[in-house]
Design a binder for this molecule. Structure first.
Ligand SMILES: Nc1nc2c(ncn2[C@@H]2O[C@H](COP(=O)(O)OP(=O)(O)OP(=O)(O)O)[C@@H](O)[C@H]2O)c(=O)[nH]1
Ligand SMILES: [Mg+2]
Length: 403
């Protein structure tokens, strides 16, 4: 008989700080995201601790009084991991671990752990492993050493079934080996991309969980894994799509996130090459997310890091089916009107106006407004095609409806 597997969630506690850049509302939004990340990694959040502090304590990140509170809670509730919403220094991580005697993770190691779980192909696994070891190397002394017996779970997973190595010398060797391996694959991928011929290349980019893969599936009738968890996609999928009779290549790739670990951006170089070499970007945004504007900034920041800011871009505001705004009475003088009260029509008159006809509002799930989406993509791809191949553009009429 088949054994029924139930998922066991590891108990976790989250820690965030309020400072001059982060008010209470912001911290809670960030912790919501951290909770979603924790859940994606297989953790269940039992409690959040927030401290108001201007500068992080150099020894323990939060103050000693708060630490005692956390310690008491961890002890009496059988907590497996304490997760900080920021990157801890190796020293802080060590001190906190010594006091709390459980696994201490930060935002970076949590994201790395999710990537390790999600990596499917050997190529993705190599990239993740390299990023993990780069993160670990400066932290190896004393890391979780007295926790040997409890090893495993969040933060301890290497790609595949293996556990991460913690011997410094072995780790160094492993890093140089992985780098060599990646260099070889990078070359192969480059050749592959070169062989794809003269098709215009379009890349879906955006924050994680905004619906890139769903949109890819809808327009290319392919079957890319989409799920309501973070980082469902790690490998890049490329499909040939034909709109009208105009063929182009569409790629779906790893989602971005606020403070994406630099180690990941570096080791995912080849995966991100697909974006770097694209002729047109479709920047997908989840407009139903309260933080979507900040998500756009994070994505733009990463695009700048990979030198892809100046590309032709269409902003695709997705999930309009799920967009809710709070209406307020016009004569309600107490409530100040904020972005939360904008309707989609009002949004169109904000900074989005500057994006002009390069902004689209769709629902990939309900297939709303996909015709307009197709038309807009057709126009852009056709323009690029004509500039590149001025001799055979008679094939493609100026408007999609002319077929
Ligand atoms: N309500 C609604 N949900 C959507 C829409 N498009 C996608 N989703 C859901 O959003 C979740 C994430 O979708 P994905 O397509 O996996 O998102 P992604 O951007 O590829 O995510 P990563 O690969 O993790 O970066 C899934 O649960 C989808 O069903 C939409 O238009 N409306
Ligand atoms: Mg995806």
């Amino acid at each position: 008989m088949l054994e029924k597997k139930t998922i066991e969630y590891e108990k976790a506690v989250l820690i965030g700080v309020m400072n001059k850049d982060q008010n209470e509302e912001k911290v809670n939004e960030y912790l919501d995201e951290l909770e979603f990340l924790t859940y994606t990694a297989g953790g269940e959040v039992c409690k959040r601790f927030v401290q108001r502090i201007d500068l992080p304590n150099p020894k323990t990140y939060i103050g000693s009084g708060k630490m005692l509170e956390v310690e008491a809670y961890v002890k009496s509730n059988d907590i497996g991991s304490v997760i900080f919403d920021d990157e801890l220094t190796p020293g802080q991580q060590r001190n906190i671990e010594r006091q709390l005697k459980c696994k201490i993770l930060d935002r970076t190691s949590l994201i790395l752990d999710i990537f390790a779980q999600r990596a499917q192909t050997s190529y993705a696994r190599t990239q993740v492993e390299l990023a993990q070891y780069e993160y670990l190397l400066p932290r190896l002394t004393g890391l979780w050493t007295h926790l040997e017996r409890q090893k495993g779970g969040i933060g301890m997973r290497g790609p595949g079934e293996t556990e991460i190595e913690t011997d410094r010398r072995i780790v160094r060797d492993r890093i140089s080996l992985l780098k060599k391996k990646l260099l070889k694959v990078d070359k192969q991928m480059e050749t592959q991309r070169g062989n794809r011929g003269a098709l215009v290349r379009v890349a879906l980019v955006g924050y994680t969980n905004v619906g890139k893969s769903t949109l890819m599936n809808v327009i290319s009738k392919s079957d890319v894994f989409a799920e309501n968890k973070l980082f469902a996609t790690l490998d890049t999928t490329v499909r040939k799509v034909v709109i009208g009779n105009l063929p182009f290549l569409l790629s779906d790739t790893v989602g971005f996130i606020r403070k994406l670990p630099t180690q990941l951006v570096e080791s995912f170089k080849s995966t991100l090459d697909e974006v770097r070499e694209a002729d047109l970007l479709l920047h997908v945004v989840d407009i139903s997310h309260p933080n979507f504007e900040e998500h756009i900034d994070s994505v733009n920041q990463i695009l700048a890091e990979i030198k892809s800011s100046d590309k032709k871009t269409i902003m695709v505001f997705n999930k309009i089916d799920q967009y809710e705004h709070q209406t307020i009475d016009d004569d309600d003088l107490i409530t100040e009107k904020t972005n939360k009260h904008f309707s989609i029509e009002e949004w169109k008159n904000t900074w989005m106006r500057r994006v002009g006809d390069r902004a689209l509002f769709i629902s990939a799930l309900n297939k709303e407004n996909l015709e307009e989406f197709r038309k807009r993509v057709y126009d852009e791809v056709r323009d690029i095609h004509i500039t590149r191949f001025p001799y055979n553009n008679f094939l493609y009429p100026e408007h999609l409806d002319e077929y």
